[in-house]
Design a protein around this ligand. Sequence first.
Ligand SMILES: Nc1ncnc2c1ncn2[C@@H]1O[C@H](COP(=O)(O)OP(=O)(O)OP(=O)(O)O)[C@@H](O)[C@H]1O
Length: 332
Amino acid sequence: MALLELDDVSVTYRIAAGEVPAVRGVSLTLDAGTALGVAGESGSGKSTLAMALLRLLPRDARVGGRILLDGDDVLAMKWGRLRAVRWAEASIVFQGAQHGLNPVQRIGDQIAEPLLVHGLAKPDSARGRVAELLEQVGLPAWRARSYPHELSGGQRQRIMIAMALACSPRLIIADEPTTALDVMVQAQVLTLIKELLAERGISLIMISHDLSVLADVCDRLAVMYAGRVVEHGPSREVFHDPKHPYSAALAAAFPTVGDPVSRLAPKGLGGDPPDPMDLPPGCSFHPRCPVALDECPTLDVKLWPAGPERRAACVHVRPEQAEPAETTLEVS
Ligand SMILES: Nc1ncnc2c1ncn2[C@@H]1O[C@H](COP(=O)(O)OP(=O)(O)OP(=O)(O)O)[C@@H](O)[C@H]1O
């Protein structure tokens, strides 16, 4: 059953220079107990999309479309309901959020805060729950008495995950949860996330520019370019057999250990992502695309079926068009 449904979601920031279409017509579904990875270069709209899910965007952002969380329309929710949903039904681990811990408050008090705010524990019972959460993220209970500066980056990220788990949400949104960590610690945190998913049946939306990390953790992948989803499908298929040339470039940029040498040579995607206020016409990717056709600059690009459970927005997977019906001129 779908836990989260996005239907034609768009986000536009209004700034002095004009409008920035950061997310454009994104439709995705996340089934309960599954993990969806959202990939894309910097500026492709991943974080904006993540923030839109819990209405955490700044006031200059206008959100369109529909976001249904367990059937409930997030964009139409009253503030009281939205406050109840945040942390308790869906929580978010921000990019670099470990630096957002309060430096002068003990770790235990910070983990307890969402529990107390949502009335899920009383001050005297919260300590036991905090110890339990620390244990779940692989830290000893005595760490509750530590201050953030006494922990390593990896330990602080575990604290952020403990906070996200505190109210037992059904959905966790993790925006680049391991980007700031070194490779060994990154692997440990990813293992922790995978264990938590398997043990607790939580659903996950994980955002990263690293397709290989997402393919390792998530069941399905959505690849974003210039605010649009350009490909989605089962993780292994999208990573190992991408149908969109942009997904192929991302996959080549992040090889995994054991990949054949041929795959390790990056396919060298030239150029920069487009300015969202000055998007190329037709397929937005065409100026950088190694396999672009003459028609791509004027193409009405859609997410066409690219396999049983896959879609890709590329002319190369477009189904053959029906021949236009022949018109006969009746001359009387
Ligand atoms: N508050 C804002 N006001 C105006 N434009 C914004 C704002 N936040 C983001 N943008 C723009 O929206 C687009 C998408 O940004 P977003 O941060 O969502 O991308 P991203 O894929 O998450 O990138 P990164 O990985 O660097 O965080 C970018 O062009 C960015 O400049």
